[in-house]
Design a binder for this molecule. Structure first.
Ligand SMILES: [Zn+2]
Length: 181
């Protein structure tokens, strides 16, 4: 049977559902869809669908730093692999994450703002800006961690990606859901 050119690639949807769970890692293919479980708390009601693009760079890529930051940047961009992941989060976890992600953006904007301000003001006001640059930088990193989805891409082996970092209660539910389907 020849495949029609007009046919939508159905096999993709198949691959999406054919997830493998080895107890720690989730083997997925782009685009991936995780089971209907809140990825933050394992809850199964009031779920909100979230789409996120996750990036992965092989850790060895960082070794290019030996040849300088520009080479590292090029190597980073070239070896960057990204995957679209659709997952669920319950209403309350979602609100928390949205809060932190907005705060994260606001913090980086003020970080840049204080740097710009430090150039125009003088004296004690400039010292104040320096402190605020420092504070907003670390608060920015903190909010970045807080808005993190709670899992990340651990490895990539074309065409598969491996997710890790799920909480125990979430991992347990995933195992159950994957076994069922
Ligand atoms: Zn939740």
């Amino acid at each position: 049977m020849s495949q029609s050119v007009y046919e939508t690639p159905k096999s993709n949807t198949q691959a999406v559902n054919a997830l493998e769970w080895d107890g720690y890692n989730y083997k997925i293919q782009d685009p991936a869809k995780l089971p209907s479980v809140c990825v933050s708390c394992g809850g199964e009601s009031d779920l909100v669908c979230v789409h996120k693009k996750l990036n992965y760079v092989h850790p060895a890529t960082l070794l290019w730093i030996i040849l300088g930051p520009i080479v590292l940047l090029i190597a980073y961009v070239v070896s960057l692999k990204s995957i679209k992941v659709e997952f669920q989060r319950c209403q309350s976890c979602h609100q928390k994450k949205t809060f932190w992600s907005k705060l994260n953006i606001a913090t980086w904007i003020s970080f840049i703002g204080f740097i710009a301000l430090a150039f125009v003001v003088e004296g004690s006001l400039r010292s104040f800006c320096s402190i605020m640059i420092f504070v907003s930088f670390f608060f920015g990193l903190f909010t970045l961690v807080m808005q993190d989805p709670g899992f990340s891409v651990k490895a990539h082996n074309k065409p598969y990606f491996y997710l890790k970092g799920f909480k125990k209660e979430v991992a347990k539910k995933f195992a159950m859901k994957t076994a069922k389907s």
